[in-house]
Design a protein around this ligand. Sequence first.
Ligand code: AMP
Ligand code: ZN
Length: 113
Amino acid sequence: MDCIFCQIAAGELPAERVYEDEDTLAFPDLRPRAPHHLLVIPKRHLDSLAGARDEDWPAVAACLRTVAHVARTRGMDQAGYRVVANVGVDGGQTVNHLHWHVLGGRLMTWPPG
Ligand code: AMP
Ligand code: ZN
């Protein structure tokens, strides 16, 4: 398996496991773009939201639950935070394993670049 996020999920690549449950994992982004920058992934490989099928929505919901959970435990929920899922080439996705960025600790700008 040459997917780096599958390798992280399997414990074959190092990452601080900020939170995990049966279906999801949260870990810090290697190149943080904000004081708080976590990634949330489903442990089972999915390319992106673009290819999601009916059977994938429970994993998506589980990821969003983990997003809200880690935002709370890292104290981002009071001031607010941003959740981003880059999809495909135009979306700027560079790792083709579905993931959400959870960014906080500073004021975000809009629109994104
Ligand atoms: P995206 O560009 O939306 O596909 O996001 C991929 C993210 O994965 C980038 O923000 C990278 O910094 C991050 N990343 C790549 N490799 C690793 C790694 N081994 N551990 C943690 N984050 C990573
Ligand atoms: Zn994967």
